[in-house]
Design a protein. Sequence first.
Length: 277
Amino acid sequence: MALITLTSDLGLQNYLAGSVKGQLWKIHPDFRIVDISHSVIAFNVSRAAYICRNALNHFPANTFHIWLINLFDNKQNHLLIARHNQQYIACADNALLPLTIEGKPDEVIMLPIPEGTPKNLIEYTRLFGEAILHISEGKPLTTLGANASHLKYNDPLSVRTSGNSLEAKVIFIDSYENVILNIHRTQFETLRNGRKFQIVLKGNETINRISDSYADVPEGEKLALFNASGYMEIAINKGNASGLLGLQLYSDTQDNISPNFLSRRLMYQTVIIEFID
């Protein structure tokens, strides 16, 4: 029976995450359900995209991924179900899908919300669960709804480049306060092209080498490495990189903040990497 993952912004301080599982098991008691996270920060699409994208890479073919994130951003009469790289994704039509996957999905349809259906978490879960049962029985995705041709695809995890430098966003801060940037090892090495580099942090502090592990530097020293997902991570060995280096999650509203404010702020949402010829 279907393997289903759950990623949400529901939190764990209430009954909701458990109720979602209960609703899915009512549809079919043999559904196998795996929790990815229920602590995604609401309304931060870049962070949600990072979590969802990396979870996709670790599951067998034909896994179903339900993303219960920013479900009610927009009034809508449909949900989305996509097939991409042998994975199925079920989510709201709120920009998360096109911001998360790399390239266009193989197939994506609009799952109708029948008129009169209460627009709440449990009802949306029921619709997703019934669709998953339908697909797992071998029925085509196209029988569930019309093609979602209106979606536009771009990559929030891409970096800004200018001459011999790039600007990387802080897209995730883990439980150890390590800071994840939106630059992948492959992209970094391509842009670097064998050159020396320096990562410029708050107060003109810099890092000019990539470490293999936290233990490559003494306790309390800063370092950069590429994590298990291939993204650059700024850390302090047995320390709090986010707080001590003044780094916080990137907000999409940052571009609208006045330059004078940016020059006075104590926390930064981006990191500059300079390449040296």
